[in-house]
Design a protein around this ligand. Sequence first.
Ligand SMILES: [Zn+2]
Length: 481
Amino acid sequence: MSVKVRIPTPLRPLVGNQADIAVAGATVMALIESIDGDHEGFKGRLCDDANNLRRFINLYLNDEDIRYMQGLDTPVQDGDTLSIIPAIAGGSGQSFPGILAELKKTHREISAQEVRGKQDGGDSFLLLDVRESEEFRQGHLPGAIHAPRGFLEMKIEAIAPARDTALTVYCAGGVRSLLACETLKNMGYTNLESMAGGFGDWKQKELPIETPKVLSDKARSRYSRHISIPEVGEKGQLKLLGSKVLLIGAGGLGCPSAYYLAAAGVGTLGIVDFDVVDESNLQRQILHTPERVGTPKISSALKTLKTFSPDIELIPFEERLTSANIESIIKDFDVVVDGTDNFPTRYLINDACVKLKKPCVHGSVYRFEGQVTVFDPAQEGPCYRCLYKEPPPAELAPSCAEAGVLGVLPGVVGLLQAVETLKILLGIGASLRGKLLTYDALEASFQTFKLRQNPECDYCAAGKEFPGYIDYEHFCLRQSA
Ligand SMILES: [Zn+2]
């Protein structure tokens, strides 16, 4: 006696991929057990532990549903066909709509307004945004923590170490958040809810959103070596991109400073220079090129900086600094980098920085020697006039043109100025405020000297009224070292 049992596709892997099996037995159950004897696990797929037919499986003896006969005890006869008909939703395995319907039953859903109500009511819960980074960057719920679904398992324990933390999860439309809830549930989280309708619904209800300040993918890649330093990070890089630095002089000091500040992603660089490129500048002023000799330094500098940092804003000031224009030029900048080579301009810069409380990164070079310091009138420390009350007379103050300078020396000093500038912008480290750093190239030595504020200084001493600018006679026409 033999009955043909037809095996549905999902169960065929269990029986060596046979479509039907001829088997002997007196009842339906006997047939199932007989197959299970040869193919372990077969019965378990059809019946539960109490030997009841699973609810998503129907069995037909010939064309009759055994539920309407004697169930699993229905007797069978030689030549019968037993067909196993499982519930099939389409596709292989459980369909997505099926999963979603299950999840909606399993997890608590909450509306956008209810989430807002909880926020307004000061409820204690964590709001998790499980969307992708790009979606999050374009706006999110106030106070949301970003934990993209792909990284959820890795991130959640740092965000919510306690498994009973109240977590409200949302995505764009309320589907991924349900899937995320399932993941969290499997990790042991017990207090979960998913925001139905997601960010889309939140936006449609015109509830408040926050647009985070984050780096673009391009900037993230370009500044990745900054981002990986904890003292800088994405926050620091955003700070740099939002910063404005004014370089006074596009010469020996200004060129290397500008080069690196632009490369480092200082978002706005202003450059003051009224000179033209001279053949003799090329020995050290690395933004300029031989074919630009005779053209304005400012346009030459801009051209070079644009080629490797096209996204930063460059503001040219092709004019000589005077007491009449200095305030309007420096007022919008965060830091002033002094790269001049003449005393009248240095005093003008100092006095204006003291008056407007702008940090000034001072650098100077002479043959083989360089000096760097930081004057920061907003904080404690001296100003330039505390050190030297007045400029020396013209005959004792040679400019670069007369004194000469080793070509790479302004490179060293200009870069030290750039480093100090970045530290000020980022608010990290100990600046050279109150300290003069000297570099002797021939001796290969650096030395630091303490600089003290003069309590009687006419310009920076507490309680003194700004005495006004002094336009010293210009004994050096060049503005930059
Ligand atoms: Zn002073």
